[in-house]
Design a protein around this ligand. Structure first.
Ligand code: SAH
Length: 202
């Protein structure tokens, strides 16, 4: 099995639909983001341990999240929970033209793991940070898009504050995926998709 095989499967089952997102999945090899002992399983549609209680997310889950997020070529994106850097790489590829990705990870060793994995791609539009993503990244706000791979009990106030009007958050709350649009300073529209399992926000 190859990276192309699992991308073709995500296209044929209609999980992936947007050309820009499909191109990113084709360009980024998931094998570059797993631990060496997981390489043989890199193209299976399941999460894999990357140590420290974290996992590289399941491809189907990431595909659903990106199709909901709809990053534009110009989007300023905040990612919470860098982990392996796989989603970071997909985002960087999607917003390549003039967008930027700011990704924050709680565990310093994982930030270093992601940095080493991302080196293979020479992205110039990615910045990695160690810290508590629950606070967002005020210095680089506002963001067009915010995506989190770790789940909390609610969509955090700081994220809502750091989102542009017209922007979108895709993040898990408990075992649901929430899609939140910021309509005005205080008005939000929420959609919920159920049936996911995520690593909890620390
Ligand atoms: N999309 C990533 C998923 C990593 S799992 C991938 O595919 O590799 C979720 C990550 O969120 C873990 O690495 C975990 O350490 C991180 N995390 C948990 N709580 C966090 C917090 N408060 N701030 C930043 N990162 C956090």
């Amino acid at each position: 099995m190859t990276n192309q095989d699992f991308v073709e499967k995500l296209i044929s089952d209609k999980t992936l639909q947007t050309p820009r997102i499909i191109n990113a999945f084709k360009a980024i090899d998931r094998k570059d983001f797993v631990l060496s002992e997981g390489e043989g399983r890199a193209y299976e549609d399941r999460p894999l341990s990357i140590g420290f209680g974290a996992t590289i997310s399941q491809p189907t889950t990431i595909a659903i999240m990106l199709e909901k997020l709809q990053p534009e070529p110009t989007s300023n994106v905040l990612e919470v929970g860098t982990g392996s850097g796989y989603l970071t790489a997909l985002l960087a590829k999607i917003v390549w033209d003039s967008g930027e990705v700011f990704s924050i990870e709680y565990i310093p060793e994982l930030k270093e793991f992601a940095k080493a994995n991302l080196k293979k791609y020479n992205f110039r539009n990615v910045s990695l940070f160690v810290g508590d993503g629950k606070k967002g990244l005020k210095e680089y706000a506002p963001f067009d898009k915010i995506i989190s791979s770790a789940s909390g009990n609610e969509i955090l106030k700081e994220w809502k504050r750091q989102l542009k009007i017209g922007g979108r958050i895709v993040a898990p709350v408990d075992d649901n995926l929430i899609v939140l649009d910021k309509l005005s300073k205080r008005k939000f529209k929420e959609n919920k998709i159920s049936g996911f399992i995520f690593v909890p926000l620390q």
